[in-house]
Write a protein that binds this ligand. Structure first.
Ligand SMILES: Nc1ncnc2c1ncn2[C@@H]1O[C@H](COP(=O)(O)OP(=O)(O)O)[C@@H](O)[C@H]1O
Ligand SMILES: [Mg+2]
Length: 228
């Protein structure tokens, strides 16, 4: 599904920051993978490279066999919209739009009949447990509910890979569990491939593998609690 080789990202500056120093691994279709490591170890930088939000300064990245780094900027934008889903720590909903309008928005770019999108968005909001709050605005929803709207929005175009950067970091324990349980359900029921950055050690019980970063390098890859 996703293969990275010798990935590097150096941020320029008076003293350049080598945030990623040669990272290689693969994610299989249907896998739920966590990227862990302490603050500053390069987790967000890695997620940004994998999800085409940034461009690596070295190495290669293939998604479903496609050399995605070779795409033009315009083609990359289109690829992201069509194939990738994003969930961030801050929910990034548009406050002037209702829950269902927020979910439909990324689908509008493809211009299919809006009735089909409305149906799909309703189904997705039901899946994330917000079937009764379709017309609520973000300021009428709790943090956990807003994040679930963001999850439904990330799914509207049926992404091949869902990327999440500390999706539960701003949530209380109960809401965080709802979000993580939901990710697990998406993997189990829909075969959704998920790559999630987290610093919460307990999250490892949800995932198939933990890729642990230290100083921009892979320190270890753990499967089912044991080191490979
Ligand atoms: N846009 C940027 N410009 C310069 N340095 C950056 C930028 N983003 C991150 N860094 C640096 O790269 C390193 C890794 O950061 P980051 O990927 O955000 O780590 P994490 O998500 O694990 O906390 C840190 O030293 C950070 O200061
Ligand atoms: Mg980060």
């Amino acid at each position: 599904m996703l293969v990275v080789k010798d990935l590097e990202r150096t941020y320029p500056g008076e003293v350049p920051t080598r945030a990623l120093r040669g990272v290689s691994f693969a994610v299989e279709r249907g896998e739920f993978v966590a990227i862990m490591g302490r603050s500053g170890s390069g987790k967000s930088t890695l997620l940004h490279q994998l999800s085409l939000l940034d461009t690596p300064t070295g190495g290669s990245l293939r998604i479903q066999g496609d050399d995605v780094l070779a795409l033009s900027d315009a083609a990359k934008t289109e690829y992201r919209l069509e194939h990738l889903g994003y969930i961030f720590q801050e929910y990034a909903l548009i406050v002037e739009l209702s829950a269902i309008e927020n979910v439909i928005l990324p689908a509008m770019a493809f211009g299919t009949a809006s009735a089909a999108y409305e149906k799909r968005a309703t189904e997705l909001l039901e899946i994330v447990g917000l079937g009764d709050q379709l017309r609520h605005y973000p300021d009428e929803l709790s943090g956990g509910e807003q994040q679930r709207v963001a999850i439904a929005r990330a799914l509207i175009n049926e992404p091949d890979i869902l990327f999440a950067d500390e999706p539960a970091a701003n949530l209380d324990t109960a809401s965080a569990k709802v979000v993580l349980d939901l990710f697990k359900k998406l993997q189990t029921d829909m075969g959704q491939t998920i790559v999630m950055v987290t610093h919460e050690p307990d999250d490892r019980r949800y995932v198939d593998r933990v890729i642990r970063l230290e100083d921009g390098k892979i320190e270890s890859i753990e499967r089912d609690g044991g080191r490979l």
